[in-house]
Ligand binder design. Structure first.
Ligand code: C5P
Length: 224
């Protein structure tokens, strides 16, 4: 059954932004529609994989036929990824906030007449991609990260792959001139041990199908 090449495989996909609360009504977030992550989860599902789709508050709906685990913060996302293990592959497409507010308030912050917002203190969030890539036990055999860059895209992405310890990095240029951010298309370069392979500008579902195919190739190779 060549069309169900990921039957019996479990793949974790993170997607969307994370929201890091300041108080009950305000938060800090990264810009992310969740469209590419949702398309990847759907493409993996179409190849027969069981998909754990761990998503922050995204604009696009989660695909049908995947296990949806909705989270809010980076810390919740990391915990959900940990609970979803073991997996044959992990694709970290979420735009995770790098920091959370360490002095988040339980009640709504009110204006106090000073004209100043009370100071926020930040603490670093877990780097989920680096953490899963460097797991001593239970590391998925294939870990894929993303690198959205505005400058020196390939150099930065290749350095990121080595720094985080993931197997592949999907690099894309998100400088405003490309119109990629929030758009329907993506122009990516897949970086692995074997080098860098640039794909043409494709719709996000097409990028997802190609990536899912490559993941299926890789896992099939690893089985032999
Ligand atoms: O370091 P940077 O945020 O550019 O790395 C992007 C990659 O790392 C993406 O795959 C993203 O999902 C992942 N990431 C993560 N946890 C973080 C930050 C980034 O999994 N805290």
């Amino acid at each position: 059954l060549p069309s169900r090449r990921l039957m019996g495989r479990h793949v974790i996909v993170t997607s969307g932004p994370t929201h890091e609360p300041i108080d009950p009504v305000r938060y800090i977030a990264n810009r992310s529609s969740g469209a590419q992550g949702a398309a990847i989860a759907a493409a993996l599902r179409d190849l027969g994989a069981r998909v754990s789709f761990i998503t922050g508050p995204a604009e696009v709906p989660a695909p049908e036929g995947v296990d949806v685990i909705a989270v809010e913060t980076a810390r919740e996302m990391r915990d959900a990824v940990e609970r979803a293990l073991p997996a044959d592959a992990a694709v970290m497409a979420a735009a995770v906030a790098d920091w959370h507010v360490a002095n988040a308030r339980a009640g709504k912050i009110k204006k106090d007449g000073s004209g100043q917002m009370p100071g926020l203190q930040f603490a670093e969030n877990p780097d989920i991609l680096a953490w899963i890539s460097q797991l001593h036990q239970g590391r998925p055999p294939l870990v894929v990260g993303f690198a959205a860059e505005t400058d020196n895209v390939l150099e930065n992405a290749a350095a990121k792959r080595l720094r985080k310890g993931c197997d592949w990095i999907v690099a894309n240029d998100v400088s405003p001139a490309t119109g990629i951010m929030g758009g329907h298309e993506n122009a990516v370069t897949l970086i692995s041990d074997a080098g860098a392979e640039s794909w043409p500008r494709l719709s996000k579902p097409e990028v997802a199908r190609r990536l899912a195919d490559r993941i299926a190739d890789e896992l099939a190779g690893a089985r032999e």
